[in-house]
Design a protein around this ligand. Structure first.
Ligand code: ZN
Length: 391
């Protein structure tokens, strides 16, 4: 039995509503792509849309013609409907007839899942937070909205789709709205570099209207000249998690941001080779587990994205640095000794022999510097680092 039904929406037009209480991670709808145009948005022509429309079955054509046609000034109704309902990115866009009936919220309660192959042929809509019976199912139409101010989002929605959003973020007033806008500007500043791009300028949307919509330039994507360092990547990812949470955004982006922070910190740990920072190991574990917890909530325990994250986390734990640190943190049988650091300070240290390899010694301190050494080279390496062991 379907968990949703179509009904008139309070925001105008029709919408999709929950027929019963829906838990996060529940599949609400599955849909197949019926139209596709492989060209960037501004180059779409009436002829191309008509050609794609003519390939549809008569019942699909009727369904397409019943969709919202937005508020853009294109000549033909077919092109207006296509533009108001197409999903896509870069040079490809698609139409899904059932998903197109779902309305928009900048803080949505559901999102699209493109499946394990990340193809667009078949798409699932999944709940990302609890949806009560009779509540409207809402998805976010534009992945860049998390980086735009309320005014920019509002102008875009009015100029392109012809409606005003009444989500919790768009309804904020006064200082709360200023704070939300500031957070979304910060999300832009960190999210684009995390994907290898220079943050774009969205100022052109501050004055966007129906009248200037077709002459206002779109968003150009430019690559970062220098990729982010591991530590900047880690810092940006962690900041992104906090900003998304403060903006009440759940879903795969939040899970991915936590895992991004864990894996960039892990890369830093691997680069430091024989030095382990225990706090880093604790953070890698905490953020990876948090990421898996969020992904399990929004995609289910056996969802492909959750399974993939768990596999990546297992791989991470087999890295020698993390393995040793987690083994140490979980072990009660360590011999204690004292370590003199390079600056002369003394720290209590613990020695731990790997169960699997008695020759491998981990000398670990509770402070920042920890050496993981192979038994035969431990002394020379400690000398080299000017660390004295005082039994
Ligand atoms: Zn909104």
């Amino acid at each position: 039995m379907e968990v949703y039904e179509g009904r008139p929406s309070p925001g105008g037009g029709n919408g999709v509503f929950a027929k019963k209480d829906i838990k996060p991670g529940t599949t609400i709808m599955k849909d197949q792509m019926v139209m596709q145009i492989t060209k960037s948005g501004p180059q779409h022509t009436d002829d191309e849309v008509r050609h794609a429309f003519n390939q549809l079955r008569p019942d699909q054509q009727a369904q397409f013609l019943a969709l919202h046609e937005g508020s853009r000034t294109f000549k033909t109704r077919l092109l207006r409907i296509y533009k108001a309902n197409a999903f896509g990115h870069g040079n490809v866009s698609h139409i899904y007839l059932d998903i197109s009936r779902i309305n928009h919220a900048c803080v949505p309660n559901a999102e699209l899942d493109l499946g394990p192959d990340d193809t667009s042929a078949s798409v699932t809509v999944v709940a990302i937070r609890p949806i009560l019976r009779d509540e409207e199912v809402l998805i976010c139409y534009n992945p860049m909205f998390s980086s735009m101010t309320a005014q920019q989002r509002g102008n875009l929605l009015r100029a392109y789709y012809g409606f005003a959003c009444s989500c919790t973020s768009c309804l904020l007033q006064g200082h709360r709205r200023m704070l939300s806008d500031a957070r979304r500007r910060l999300i832009k500043a960190v999210m684009f570099p995390l994907h290898g791009n220079i943050p774009p300028d969205f100022d052109q949307f501050n004055t966007l209207t129906v009248a200037n919509a077709e002459t206002t330039p779109g968003v150009a994507s430019r690559d970062l000249a220098v990729p982010l360092s591991h530590s900047t990547h880690c810092g940006y990812s962690l900041l992104l998690t906090q900003l998304l949470e403060a903006e009440n955004m759940e879903g795969v982006d939040l899970a991915s941001a936590y895992f991004g922070a864990a894996s960039s910190l892990m890369s830093q740990m691997v680069a430091m080779d024989d030095i382990i920072v225990l706090q880093s190991a604790k953070n890698v574990k905490c953020w990876s587990e948090k990421s898996i917890e969020i992904m399990t909530k929004v995609r289910g325990r056996n969802g492909h994205a959750t399974v993939l994250l768990r596999e990546q986390w297992e791989n991470m734990q087999s890295q020698p640095q993390l393995y040793a640190a987690l083994e140490f943190l979980g072990s009660e049988n360590c011999s204690r000794f004292r370590v003199q650091q390079r600056d002369g300070t003394m720290h209590e240290a613990f020695a731990l022999w790997h169960r699997s390899d008695a020759n491998q010694l981990c000398a670990l301190t509770e402070s920042t510097c920890i050496a993981v050494l192979s038994g035969t080279v431990s002394r020379s390496l400690l000398n080299q680092r000017k660390v004295k062991l005082a039994p």
